[in-house]
Design a protein around this ligand. Structure first.
Ligand SMILES: [Zn+2]
Length: 169
């Protein structure tokens, strides 16, 4: 059987490899070798390095996937937070807060008391409008902070997965 005269890519020992054999173990240093043929030239490559490279590629793919997840998560939060924002009288969006709801109740309460002293019917209407408005703001503030918390948890998870990838290298 024709053989190829090759050298171990790890220790340089001469190897006589039967043609057609693709993988072998160096009898001197026990390296796992792959026979690589390029045109008329043939040489050996240490297989473990190949595996390391494969792992590196897998890590890179995983990192890209996580980066994409992070991007779409941030994009989604961007959209979601805009949906959850409330608009002031000038139409400018702002984050709904419980403090805002309380302020509405306090100011509204004073206005209602004043309105009640002049016109009881209007005062009652005021109270109803203010309670509804404050409740809506309060609910929205709650939804906003829940959504934000969820977003932060997801972002944290992706970041820690990225950290673990870096540790593997
Ligand atoms: Zn060797």
């Amino acid at each position: 059987m024709p053989t190829l005269a090759l050298n171990c890519n790890n220790c340089g020992a001469p190897l006589s490899v039967p043609e057609g054999v693709r993988f072998l173990t160096c009898s001197f240093c026990q390296s796992q070798l792959e026979v690589v043929q390029e045109g008329n030239a043939a040489f050996t490559k240490v297989l473990e390095q190949l595996q390391e490279r494969t792992e590196q590629v897998a890590t890179d793919v995983e990192r890209l996937k996580l980066q994409n997840q992070l991007l779409s998560l941030e994009h989604e939060w961007d959209r979601q937070s805009r949906d959850l924002m409330v608009h002031n009288k000038e139409g400018r969006p702002h984050v709904p807060t419980v403090g805002g709801a309380i302020a509405m109740l306090l100011i509204g309460g004073l206005m209602s008391a004043f309105a009640l002293s002049i016109h009881p019917g209007m005062g009652l209407l005021f109270i109803v409008v203010i309670i509804i408005g404050a409740t809506m703001q309060w609910t929205q503030a709650d939804r906003y902070s829940r959504a934000k918390r969820q977003f932060e948890l997801n972002r944290q998870r992706i970041h820690s997965e990225m950290d673990q990838l870096s540790l593997r290298e």
